[in-house]
Design a protein around this ligand. Structure first.
Ligand code: ATP
Ligand code: MG
Length: 423
């Protein structure tokens, strides 16, 4: 679990701002769910035999009432729970998003943390391939807006439950014929969750996995048509993709379309965004059956990619520099300087008021270091004449005296140009 220090947190904020604007542009509305839920919710939604539920959840017993609780490892289960609890689907289909920390007890490494952050996007009540495609296309737009290149798209179809069932039987038979080649994880999952074996990263099993029966060959007409529909819209939008038959995703609730956005620039943890369709989950959690489709982005990985691709420049653009630093000296000037700072903030400027005293020189040093473009200086002289001195910090310009009453306007003109566009 990490502390996000100001230089980094400013970059996160800029990322968040971009993402929020982008979500609005596609008609998604915000949701905020609690970070703790009853443990059975995740076991039911994500699946008992998944990495998350088997070994990654931070679960505990509420000392006050003995309830089994878990820090949320992902947002979809909570989002569906909330949507059902508050009957949101009675109002028709919904496009929703949420953001925040998720918790998984994993082995920490670059791009993999125990508290990490996601933006999650869910659409409920849309059955056709258009929403799947729209969610994928919207990701492509975000990468564009963030000037991120080299994130490639992989898609697959997991078909229907029936189709997966038939594939599963053949897959188990195949894997049983090669039992000696299975690692312990795979042996354990052979009957409980064989599809996940295809997702194994064990290099010794890759050949075996290559030769396994492919789910794609078991898809019926309706599934193929849905998958074709998604692909047609992606082609139409000019989004390149690769069909990866081994893309099965780590959670049980998916069906039909699944997708991942992957980069090579972050080492082993290259998936920055992943999702797909989960038409069965709402019913599984006690709701009236309704189709659903969503994805989640890993904020740490995307911010890392921003830094990897835009480094200094990204950090610079995200720096929150104030417009003005207010310098003052002596007991007399303090009150008018304090008032001036407040009235400048009232005029919409970002202002740092020097606190803590110190020499004029040391205050000017602080003013310079904070990145402000202007220093407002109020000494005894200025205080007596109800004025302030304005000093440009980023360019050569003579210092000048301005009446306090005109301070905001003068500063506005300097920073943003006057009505004639002069600076
Ligand atoms: P992985 O195969 O890397 O474990 P996952 O399938 O478990 O990923 P999802 O549950 O699909 O991941 O989460 C969506 C996204 O959230 C991932 O693509 C990734 O960007 C991010 N993410 C998941 N787990 C972590 C983690 N422990 N630390 C940082 N980011 C993560
Ligand atoms: Mg995982």
């Amino acid at each position: 679990m990490n502390d996000i220090l100001p230089d980094e947190a400013e970059l996160w904020e800029r990322f968040d701002d971009a993402v929020r604007g982008w979500l609005r542009a596609y008609g998604y509305r915000p949701m905020r769910m609690p970070v703790v839920e009853p443990t059975p919710l995740f076991a039911r939604a994500i699946g008992e035999v998944t990495d998350i539920v088997e070994k990654e959840m931070y679960s505990f017993v509420d000392a006050l009432n003995g309830e089994a609780l878990t820090l949320r490892p992902e947002g979809t289960a909570s989002c569906v729970r909330a949507v059902l609890q508050h009957s949101l689907l009675h109002g028709g289909p919904q496009r929703l998003w949420y953001a925040g920390p998720m918790f998984r007890h994993e082995r920490p490494q670059k791009g993999r943390y125990r508290q990490f952050h996601q933006f999650g996007v869910e659409a409920f009540g849309y059955a056709g391939p258009d929403i799947d495609a729209e969610q994928i296309v919207m990701c492509a737009r975000l990468w564009d807006e963030l000037a991120l290149t080299g994130i490639r798209l992989e898609i697959n179809s997991l078909g229907s439950a029936d189709e997966r069932q038939r594939h599963r039987a053949e897959l188990i038979a195949y894997l049983e014929r090669h039992r000696e080649a299975l690692d312990t994880d795979a042996q354990r999952r052979l009957h409980s969750n064989p599809l996940r074996i295809l997702d194994s990263k064990n290099p010794h099993m890759q050949e075996l996995i290559e030769g396994a029966p492919k789910l794609m060959d078991f898809l019926g007409e309706a599934s193929l048509e849905h998958f074709g529909g998604v692909q047609a819209l992606l082609k139409e939008a000019g989004i390149p993709y690769r069909i990866n038959p081994r893309l099965v995703r780590g959670l049980d609730y998916y069906n039909l379309t699944v997708f991942e956005w992957v980069t090579d620039k972050l080492g082993a943890q290259g998936t920055v965004c992943a999702g797909g369709r989960y038409d069965g989950l709402i019913e599984q959690l006690g709701g009236k059956p309704a189709p659903a489709c969503g994805f989640a982005m890993g904020v740490e990985r995307l911010v890392a990619l921003l830094k990897e691709e835009h480094g200094e420049e990204a950090g610079q653009a995200a720096r929150a520099e104030p417009d003005v630093y207010v310098v003052h000296q002596g007991a007399g000037p303090q009150a008018p300087a304090f008032r001036a700072a407040e009235s400048l903030r009232g005029a919409g400027l970002d202002v740092i008021f020097h606190c803590g005293g110190g020499s004029f020189k040391s205050q000017m040093k602080r003013a310079d270091a904070c990145g402000a473009r202007l220093a407002v200086i109020i000494g005894e002289d200025e205080a007596r004449s109800e004025s302030a001195s304005l000093k440009a910090l980023r360019e050569e310009q003579p210092q000048r005296r301005v009446p306090l009453a005109q301070l905001a306007e003068e500063i506005g003109n300097y920073l943003f140009g006057d009505e004639d566009g002069n600076v």
